[in-house]
Ligand binder design. Sequence first.
Ligand SMILES: N[C@@H](CCC(=O)N[C@@H](CS)C(=O)NCC(=O)O)C(=O)O
Length: 205
Amino acid sequence: MLKLHGIQMSNYYTIAKMILLEKGIDFEEVNQMPGRDEAWLTRSPMGKVPALETADGPIAETMAIAEYLEELQPEPRLLPTDAFARAKARQIAYHTIYYIDLAARPGLNSAAFGAPEDEAVNKTIAKLAPRGMKALGSIARFAPWIGGDTFTLADIVAANTIPLATMVAQKLCDIDLMAELPAIGDWMARVNDRDSMKQINADRA
Ligand SMILES: N[C@@H](CCC(=O)N[C@@H](CS)C(=O)NCC(=O)O)C(=O)O
């Protein structure tokens, strides 16, 4: 059986977990903190979580795990069959990782774990995170899903990245990232109403 290594509070872990749940794939969860011990580095070369253990060996990097699971069990599809629609779903997913999650992530230790704040970091977050959210508005549709009429990997990645970035920007910069996109609240509520996200939230509580 597939084993997903990581921790419930990791938003990249919950992306992989949500994919497994949405596809109805059996998997086992293995509690694993990020870290640099040799045994973990053999599964995840950068020491990050998650990693997926398969019969053929471990896979790290969440989007590599996502693509693997889509090929392993195509139905229900999380990437559209149409090439353009598939590319747009990937574009939204990568956009939320690169320009929203990674824009805010340098402030995570201060916002969530009590590390001292760094004014330069806060200033960069205040500049880059709203830019990423505003730009998302030009590719997101929220009709009803983030890329249009179909629930895709883009919804899973965005719903597991935007809330964390929003918390960081609010706490460190007093900026409401969600205010950039008025339709985002209803979309988030729709994602939160899915059984997969309900389970993720319950397991994290
Ligand atoms: N690029 C990685 C990012 C994963 C990541 O940043 N995970 C965080 C937890 S949410 C982590 O392991 N942080 C510890 C570290 O960076 O050393 C992926 O896509 O899986």
